[in-house]
Write a protein that binds this ligand. Structure first.
Ligand SMILES: Nc1nc2c(ncn2[C@@H]2O[C@H](COP(=O)(O)OP(=O)(O)OP(=O)(O)O)[C@@H](O)[C@H]2O)c(=O)[nH]1
Length: 360
């Protein structure tokens, strides 16, 4: 399994405004706009999730002075915009609002939960109102961040207080039940990956088709949980709809690292090695742990891999069936991700077939 990390994210060139008549998924890259006060943790999040920076190294990050744009080339191309905390991003004389917000994407507002957050909440509320008036294609996601240092009960208190302040303000302005989503995050555990997974999933067309297929796969193969991971960032872009178990997610995520490292060390794609006969194109691996838990991994394409967990002592005997079903899923998946996004489902024969072909 190749390591897509080998190719660092590039910094994008000049920004061009989106043409609202275009099909936005096809012609422009969805954007994640990281905003919030200075030192709230925006650059740290971006570097830890997308550039594999170890969390401790974020201590040495300098304050961002210009908008930093990273183009991410993966299963879906998108951009991460890191805004300097001090930038007046709502002032039209400083920022061209149409150019920044006029595309499909999400604002990820980062609030430092260890600090006084009143000012951040006030600025966030102004931003939400501006977006809701003018740019309905932008999702609003709030990361209540740096919660690693807060005791559990205080975390809940901070969470509720922030949600309450934002909802009250929006309701005073005539918006009941505004579509704002909240996450407790930290770069020191998997919570920030989990939160980004949810943020990205909302930007993926046909997510429900994917989830539907994964549900069929999980149920027919007896998976306890099944994730479709982006190997680069280790965010999951879809999973079966059973509740997410953090320890299971961590185990699957770590297993990807193991397989990527082994592949890097021993794959034949090495200047001094020659392949011995035909090679499988995609990596496939499984391991049975002491507690009769099997982890199964199959690479789907250059960017995505499917990782599943099965708690069943007989899982090993069903491996042939599991492999076969995963290959059927792979065909359907690659069809879903083949452009254009707007092709109707009935023109996707592999997806239709997969509903029938994934065997019990
Ligand atoms: N404890 C803790 N510290 C964090 C976390 N995330 C970021 N930090 C720290 O917060 C500090 C500021 O992080 P930055 O990523 O530079 O903040 P920023 O929002 O990009 O700041 P500006 O560029 O000034 O807008 C750094 O010292 C990070 O190590 C977290 O989850 N937990």
């Amino acid at each position: 399994m190749a390591d897509p990390r080998a190719k660092p994210a590039e910094t994008a060139g000049p920004v061009t405004a989106a043409n609202p008549n275009d099909n936005k998924f096809r012609d422009t890259k969805p954007r994640l706009l990281l905003m919030g006060l200075r030192r709230s943790g925006k650059s740290s999040i971006s570097n830890v999730v997308f550039n594999k920076m170890p969390p401790n190294e974020t201590l040495f990050l300098e304050s961002t002075t210009r908008i930093q744009i990273d183009s991410i080339h993966s299963f879906m191309d998108f951009q991460v915009w890191d805004f300097p905390g001090q930038l007046e991003h709502l002032d039209p004389s400083i920022v061209d609002l149409e150019e920044v917000f006029g595309s499909l994407g999400a604002v990820v507002w980062v609030i430092d939960a260890q600090d006084d957050y009143v000012e951040s909440v006030v600025r966030l509320n102004r931003t939400i109102l501006m977006i809701m008036h003018n740019f309905p294609n932008i999702n609003i996601e709030v990361f209540i961040h740096k919660v690693d240092a807060l005791a559990d009960e205080y975390r809940t208190e901070v969470f509720q207080d922030i949600v309450q302040r934002i909802s009250d303000d929006l309701s005073d302005n005539g918006y009941e039940n505004a579509p704002v989503h909240y996450y407790l995050t930290s770069i020191y555990d998997y919570s920030v990956f989990e939160a980004f997974s949810k943020v990205i999933q909302k930007l993926i067309p046909r997510l429900s088709t994917l989830e539907n297929l994964i549900n069929i796969l999980a149920s027919n193969c007896g998976f306890d949980k099944c994730y479709l991971f982006d190997v680069l960032s280790k965010i999951y872009i879809a999973s079966d709809t059973r509740p997410v178990d953090m320890s299971c997610y961590e185990m699957c995520s770590d297993y990807i690292d193991v397989i990527v490292d082994i592949s890097e060390l021993y794959s034949w794609e090495h200047p001094n090695r020659k392949p011995k006969g035909d090679q499988m194109r995609e990596a496939e691996s499984h391991v049975v742990l002491q507690n009769d838990c099997m982890i199964h991994l199959m690479e789907m394409n250059k960017y995505l891999c499917l990782v599943s967990v099965i708690h069943n002592p007989d899982a090993n005997e069903k491996k042939g069936l599991i492999d076969m079903n995963c290959r059927v899923f792979q065909d359907a998946l690659n069809e879903i991700f083949s452009r254009p996004w707007d092709r109707p489902a009935e023109e996707q024969p592999a997806v239709e077939e997969a509903h029938e072909a994934i065997a019990e």
